[in-house]
Design a protein around this ligand. Structure first.
Ligand SMILES: Nc1ncnc2c1ncn2[C@@H]1O[C@H](COP(=O)(O)OP(=O)(O)O)[C@@H](O)[C@H]1O
Ligand SMILES: [Mg+2]
Length: 502
């Protein structure tokens, strides 16, 4: 006796169909799994057996073989538990296998027959739609995520018994999914809390408007962390497509809050400086996204950047350039999107007080060079805005007026993004910082005076070709914030200021 059920698995952020075949034949009792299951999948044998028994069904004392097709792709995870158990029940005549063909089944079993949440449901739901499946049978915690996709019937099962019941009942028609409203990322506070620091505030606004990477350099207590943590509050809300991309990544990583559907705000990720290579860029035998992908369409904040292992920082270089990360594995490569705004903070020297008026810095030139060297030249070259953040004296903080509120700044950022969207269209780059190669020249070419200024600065400060393009892109964003069609000299001058401050 043989039964077949449809299931699916995820590689990278793409889902692919997996057919679960269960055969029960006479012979000595055994439970074999083929089709490249890894240990996590093989463990499902015990869960399946006990869940079936503890739910009051009969587990056949025969030879059971489970095949996961395609057999040449390695499978991991616990999401095949439920389809395997249903397959065993169908093969032994405890469940009529009539409605299997239009239903895709996923879920992890617990020993009492309960069903637990799994990862990667959104990409699977998208693929199910493409494969012509009309119904998904899922753990209840994953239902919100699956119902983001239009045209699918989402059935939930809390237990193996529920799942049997759901499969026996006929397929109902699909609801149209509702699109949730996009929101601003909840932040530590408002920009109005920051007194003074006009240059850094301006840099934050430019970074948000054009998607530029930003480095804040200043002594301890200057407010670097405070400023950086307020960046997500001035970013425009996600578009629906961006939200789908972010949700798929977080779904695969297992970082979606339980029971949540679409992610409705831009992610803000602030990993600790002890983070490993794999945790930052992603990896593993079955590749999982790292922090740079979890920050996709949002902000990656590296506080105290020189404290990060230098090799860890260097692996970010390529993703910073390409907006995605490719993790090569023997069989095939997984690609994760990783287009984020990098925001970093550091002190000017190891003790932190270099250049401070009332403090003494005892760092030697060697100490300072070593400290700065931890953030390599090529990495700095990928940071468009470098800003000095001097400490604001306590008296000045107490007396100063509150700064402009985040909502006011965000309105200007949204307007500048609209200008960019109108210029590049929906298929082009999303932001000025995404421009590459010839597109920089065609979109950011300054007027005659701006060009003259840029050429002389490039010579004087030995700008690299990449550095030159980056100044142009920042100037374009400054012009967009000012609603100027042409990049003018003053825009170039301001952009240069963020390049040379070091
Ligand atoms: N410009 C400022 N306006 C208001 N508060 C400030 C300012 N600069 C520093 N502070 C206060 O000092 C604290 C420390 O700032 P923090 O961002 O941690 O500094 P850093 O990261 O540069 O060491 C902040 O939480 C805030 O209370
Ligand atoms: Mg800090």
């Amino acid at each position: 006796m043989l039964s077949r059920l449809r299931s699916a698995a995820v590689f990278g952020v793409e889902a692919y169909p997996v057919q679960i075949e269960v055969d029960v034949s006479f012979g000595l009792p055994s439970f074999t799994m083929v089709g490249l299951p890894d240990t996590t999948v093989r463990e499902s044998r015990d869960r399946v057996r006990l869940a079936i028994r503890n739910s009051g069904y009969e587990f056949p004392p025969h030879r059971i073989t489970v095949n996961l097709a395609p057999a040449d792709v390695r499978k991991a995870g616990s999401s095949f538990d439920l389809p395997i158990a249903l397959g065993v029940l169908a093969t032994t005549g405890q469940l009529a296998p009539t409605t299997f063909n239009d239903t895709l089944v996923l879920g992890e079993l617990s020993l009492d027959g309960g069903i637990n949440a799994i990862r990667g449901v959104l990409p699977i739901a998208v693929a199910a739609r493409r494969l012509g499946v009309s119904r998904l049978l899922l753990p209840p915690q994953n239902a919100a995520e699956a119902s983001v996709v239009d045209g699918l019937v989402v059935c939930v099962a809390r237990s193996l018994g529920d799942a049997m019941e759901a499969l026996r009942s006929p397929t109902t028609s699909a609801r149209r999914s509702s699109r949730p409203e996009m929101m601003t990322t909840p932040c530590d506070g408002d920009l109005a809390d920051v007194r003074g620091q006009l240059l850094a505030r301006r840099a934050l606004e430019i970074a948000a408007a054009g998607g530029h990477n930003l480095l804040l350099i200043g002594p301890p207590g200057a407010g670097k962390t405070m400023l950086a943590r307020r960046l997500p509050g001035i970013l425009p809300p996600l578009t629906f497509d961006e939200a789908l991309e972010c949700t798929a990544i977080h779904s695969v990583a297992g970082t979606l809050p339980s029971g949540s559907g679409l992610l409705t705000w831009r992610p803000f990720r602030a990993p600790h400086h002890t983070i490993s290579n794999v945790a930052l860029v992603g990896g593993g035998a079955i590749p999982r996204p790292g922090e740079i992908s979890l920050a996709h369409n949002g902000v990656l904040f590296l506080d105290e950047m020189p404290e990060f292992d230098r090799r860890v920082l260097e692996v970010m270089r390529q993703p910073l350039e390409e907006g995605r990360v490719t993790i090569a594995r023997a069989a095939r490569a997984a690609v994760f999107p990783a287009r984020f705004v990098l925001t970093a903070a550091m002190n000017p020297c190891p003790c932190g007080f270099r250049g401070e008026e009332h403090r003494v810095c005892r760092c030697t030139p060697g100490d300072i060079a070593r400290y700065n060297g931890r953030v390599s030249g090529p990495l700095r070259d990928r940071i468009d805005l470098i800003v000095e953040v001097p400490a604001v004296p306590i008296s000045a903080i107490a007396d100063a007026e509150p700064g402009e509120a985040s909502a006011v700044v965000r309105a200007r950022v949204v307007a500048a993004r609209d200008v960019q969207h109108a210029r590049y269209g929906s298929d082009g780059p999303r932001m000025n910082a995404d421009l590459r190669g010839i597109a920089v020249k065609t979109n950011c070419e300054p007027d005659r005076r701006g060009r003259a200024l840029l050429l002389s600065a490039a010579k004087q400060f030995r700008l690299s070709a990449r550095g030159y393009d980056r100044v142009l892109k920042v100037a374009r964003t400054i012009a967009d914030l000012a609603s100027c069609e042409r990049v003018e000299r003053e825009h170039v001058a301001e952009a240069l200021q963020y390049r040379l401050a070091e």
